[in-house]
Write a protein that binds this ligand. Structure first.
Ligand code: NAP
Length: 254
């Protein structure tokens, strides 16, 4: 008989924020294909994601949550656990971006991005960890960072601040919780085809400059991120703590 795969997530439960589209949808599908029962959470309808998961033989439930609202993070963890039982995996994926020159950048564009990308991610992690520790159960947290966790970028001040902050938080939480059985890591996607990058892909100059710098020679797809998420959520990553893994077609290696 073959040894069970260390990447198998059968019997695990996972909450994925922003799972209706893009990278979150790709990760939700990959986790479900690896055997996890997924709570697909976000502020938009989840019917497409649920259909994809159920169509591939997986299990998923939808959860409505607007992460701009105070207290939404803790409520989302509680409601997800009411749907599927204790959570094993949290994927902090929901995120927004606002573009303007730094000289013109407004406070609303600062606050909204920081609230969703950084504050909600922290308080989701906190509520997840409290629940896991109360049950003396470990857990896996995967934050979706960015190339702008490492680089500056242009015209996206609050996004760069939030993703650089998320990289720092990933390391802080890993240090506090590693010995308690909770692994905190992050994935830094490169340039991925999604709503987030639609404006860039539609700008011929930015599109060709970006493509010319990607060693793989193409934009990534949401499904390109799923494998790294399955790995970090699985027993195969038991000794990974505080890592920020680029999945970027080679962009940072250039
Ligand atoms: P996307 O298609 O725009 O997806 C963003 C997701 O976040 C959507 O599901 C969105 O829901 C959700 N969301 C936004 N505000 C929310 C709120 N207040 N409450 C709940 N959910 C909310 O973009 P994406 O590229 O897949 O982005 C996913 C993550 O990857 C983000 O954290 C992003 O920063 C990161 N990332 C993306 C790239 C890239 O190249 N695409 C690169 C690096 C990192 P709605 O559909 O309802 O807006």
């Amino acid at each position: 008989m073959r040894t069970p795969s260390p990447f198998d997530l059968t019997g695990r439960t996972a909450l994925v924020t922003g799972a209706n589209t893009g990278i979150g949808q790709g990760i939700a599908l990959a986790l479900a294909e690896a055997g996890a029962t997924v709570v697909a959470a976000g502020r938009s309808g989840m019917s497409e994601t649920l259909a994809l998961i159920e169509g591939s033989g997986g299990k998923a439930q939808a959860l409505g949550v607007d992460l701009q609202q105070d207290g939404a993070a803790a409520r989302a963890i509680e409601e997800a656990q009411a749907l599927v039982g204790p959570l094993d995996i949290l994927i902090n994926n929901a995120g927004i971006i606002r573009r303007a020159d730094a000289l013109d950048f407004g406070e609303a564009d600062w606050d909204e991005v920081m609230n969703v990308n950084l504050k909600a991610g922290f308080f989701l992690a906190q509520a997840f960890a409290k629940a896991a520790l109360a049950r003396q159960r470990g857990g896996r947290i995967v934050n979706i960072a960015s190339l702008l966790s490492f680089q500056g970028g242009i015209r996206v001040a609050s996004y760069t601040a939030s993703k650089s902050g998320l990289a720092g938080l990933t390391k802080l939480l890993a240090c506090e919780w590693a010995a308690k059985g909770i692994n905190v890591n992050a994935i830094a996607p490169g340039y991925i085809e999604s709503n987030n990058t639609q404006a860039l892909r539609e700008d011929p100059d930015r599109n060709s400059a970006i493509l010319a710098r990607i060693p793989a020679g193409r934009w990534g797809k949401p499904s390109d991120i799923g494998g790294a998420a399955v790995f970090l959520a699985s027993d195969a990553a038991a000794y990974m703590h505080g890592a920020i893994i680029p999945v970027d077609g080679g962009w940072l290696a250039r």
